[in-house]
Design a protein around this ligand. Structure first.
Ligand code: PMP
Length: 411
């Protein structure tokens, strides 16, 4: 059944994504790897092409027509992002290469400037490596300690354990909003409230959350929030760090170069204002514009109007996969997005991945840059079907059929 609502209609929406309509191994593609990256609607592709075809120029530098046009489009994209995440000001939106770079920016700038030996940083057991390794590097350099919020076997963070970890040594909390391997939606609002009681700033990794439902950074009251354009139906190579202006203003630049300065002499350099202080060098103009186009596209129906459809896909997919003998779902949290990780008894995830690919079904297999999650469950890897709003129950049926076929090969 295809979900049809007055505002959101899957069959209609699918027409907007050219990549959904290709053949793989001679079969219509079933793309279920949206947690890795999402397909781009034609409007995003058109926006990037238009920039390169007729509007190429560097930004913030020229007075000629094209430079002013490119600057307006680039800054317009920043404004769209500001509205999309409900930031107070556009200068709180910093363009980066993606979630990874956004987190590294905070670790390098905030972390190196404000943290010292003995300070503690709290992350969780279900972080993506990009929200583990930058903090480990910082801890190594500064002599800080990394504290880990554990999760239960359903994949839910243990909130009481988090409260026990918080103390006067805690200088930063950095947690994932939605787990990319388990699908868990974490209680980030409660985490932020608790951390703020001790005046500890909180960074939210929203790489998956931002594609799932609307986000209001002011309502959350997070201090930093990171996400990637390519998971939000936008281009690769562009992402965002949101930060409260009051915090960003206290932080030193992350990289030096053009655009991030106010005045340069050999004796002394002064820095530009936000957000440019954190955007050294020529930015990724085309892809920022592409990300703005992705946000425009999503607003034609509204991300929150896709929630019911994604919930139906999750319930349907969970039921269908669980009914296959030997299949076990990893990640069964009460609050979950449409991410389905699973193992199949006696068959390595990579074999499942390869065999279902032969049927035209694209899923991700491996540790999903979540090795501690795999360690928790004592497994090397999972197979993961991650569903976007453009997926259908018919596609889940094809996955299930392909898994049955894969099992046969091993019987
Ligand atoms: N955090 C989470 C939860 C993710 O899912 C990902 C991407 N898989 C990242 C961080 C890193 O994103 P990127 O590679 O786009 O920087």
């Amino acid at each position: 059944m295809t979900h049809i609502s007055p505002i959101f209609n899957v069959a209609q929406v699918r027409k907007d994504f050219p990549n959904l309509h290709i053949l793989v191994h001679g079969r219509p593609l079933v793309y279920l790897d949206n947690a890795a990256t999402t397909f781009k609607p034609q409007t995003v592709i058109d926006a990037i092409e238009k920039h390169y075809k007729t509007e190429t120029a560097n930004v913030h530098r020229g007075v000629h027509y094209l430079s002013e046009k490119a600057t307006a489009e680039f800054e317009g994209a920043r404004d769209k992002i500001k509205n999309f995440i409900h930031a107070k000001q556009s200068c709180e939106v910093i363009f980066t290469r993606g979630t990874t770079e956004s987190i590294n920016l905070v670790a390098h700038s905030y972390g190196r400037h404000f943290l010292k030996e003995g300070d503690e940083i709290i992350i969780s057991e279900m972080e993506h490596h990009s929200n583990i390794v930058p903090w480990q590097m910082l801890c190594e350099e500064k002599g800080c300690k990394l504290k880990i919020i554990p999760f239960n076997d359903a994949g839910e963070l243990l909130f009481d354990e988090f409260k026990k970890l918080l103390n006067s040594q805690t200088k930063l909390v950095s947690v994932v909003y939605v787990s990319n391997s388990l699908g868990t939606i974490n209680p980030v609002k409660e985490i932020i409230t608790e951390a703020h009681k001790l005046h500890v700033p909180v960074l939210i990794d929203a790489a998956q959350a931002v594609t799932y439902h609307s986000i209001d950074v002011q309502e959350l009251d997070c201090d930093f929030l990171a996400f990637s354009g390519h998971k939000l139906f936008g281009p690769t190579g562009i992402g965002v760090l949101y930060g409260k202006a009051s915090l960003l203003n206290t932080m030193p630049p992350y990289q030096g170069g053009g655009d991030m300065i106010s005045k340069v002499t050999f004796e002394k350099t002064t820095y530009n204002v936000l957000p440019y202080k954190f955007e050294a060098g020529t930015p990724n103009v085309a892809d920022a514009i592409g990300l703005g186009a992705a946000i425009d596209y999503l607003q034609t129906f509204g991300l929150d109007n896709t929630l019911q459809h994604k919930k139906e896909l999750l319930d349907y997919g969970t039921q269908a996969l669980q009914s296959i003998p030997g299949v076990k779902i990893i990640g069964t949290a009460q609050r979950k997005t449409s991410i389905l990780s699973f193992t199949v008894d006696g068959i390595h995830a990579h074999d499942i991945g390869t065999l279902v690919d032969n049927e035209g079904v694209a899923i991700r297999t491996g540790h999903h840059c979540n090795q501690p999650v795999m360690q928790h469950f004592h497994i090397p890897a999972t197979s993961r079907a991650s569903l976007a709003f453009y997926n259908t129950k018919e596609e889940i049926d094809k996955l299930v059929k392909a898994v049955y076929k894969a099992k046969k090969v091993f019987e």
